[in-house]
Ligand binder design. Sequence first.
Ligand code: 0PR
Length: 385
Amino acid sequence: MNETGLSGEEIRSFLEASKGQDLKYERVLSSMCTYPHRVAVEAHMGFIESNMGDFGLFKGTYDLEKQVIGSLGQLLHLPNASGYMTTGGTESNIQAIRSMRNLSTPGAWCERPNIVVPDSAHFSFDKVSDILDIELRKASLDANLKVSVKSVEALIDKNTIGLVAIAGSTEFGQVDPIERLSEIALHNDIFLHVDAAFGGFVLPFIDDIHEFDFKLAGVSSIAIDPHKMGLSTIPSGVLLFRDSEQLEGLKADTPYLTVSTQYTLTGTRSGASVAATWAIINYLGKEGYRKTVSGCMELTFYLLQELERIGVYPWIEPVMNVVALKVPEPDLVRSRLAKEFNWQVSITQNPHCLRLVIMPHVTAGMIDSFVRDLNEVLMSLNVPI
Ligand code: 0PR
């Protein structure tokens, strides 16, 4: 740290230079985040000092948080859901499993508790396993990259405290057979957490019906992220519980704050995200999200149509705006797209594909030039597609 501070002008110019090195979303086809909506940004800036870690001081913001929980609970078919705003899917997943662990009857497992997750689960569950010392059992996927129900059933034993299902997998945008997993959870009297961090703001707004939420009696908690397809600011995640007792399972005493208990993983947390999320869900409403999601889906199908012309096909028919493409040498293609054309795309592991996410910042013009550039890279590889 310098002895004396820089001038405001110097600070601005340093920051501008740094920002200039950041990539613009206009070349990004790999991200599950996007530009937050201006209404969310405005609300965020208006609440920048608000700390939900001591919400007795910020009663107005806390009330907005309760309204967000109510609105998203209602969207996911449980208006009186309990929960709170997290920093995103990772924290929601950690807290959901921590609550399962804390509520599972002591002595119900003999050795180490375990959870059964799809092989497609986000890497946040590896963090869960490490932090909570819970065994992670990975169930295999079927040909459509949904978790195999048989594999899940085979992995459940007396030490299993819960299951995880994915509604919108990170790599493929696939939705697990959650209706069946709900029945299995009820039958075994264990929890079922649904990771809808991405799909939670997509599935309710598309025409195809995928049952994934609290409508299913076995679903005990859901992670849904406003900072992904919800168009809110970072960091905005939401964790919802069916039962207030599940939230109680996370209780910590906070004797010197304005409130005596806390249920969150972090202490100090952003009231700005709360205001931004409240603002955007109320500004857009279901109608606005339906428009946003249908725009992304139309572009997703436009992309597929254009790719077909150059002989490139998706591994599975996309369920949402995440596309995994069969191309030869995906790593090489990815790095050449970045180096030669400045495109940011990602890859999937198994199967090994090129992965694109068609977020609200993507335009038809972006797709046209991406397909042209991809074709050039593939032609120069000189291998059959
Ligand atoms: N669950 C699912 C299904 C996810 O896709 C993700 C993140 C998480 C949980 C974790 O959410 P947080 O990152 O909010 O804690 N999926 C993306 C990923 O890890 C996140 C991402 C976002 C990656 C923007 C890149 C990027 O530019 O791939």
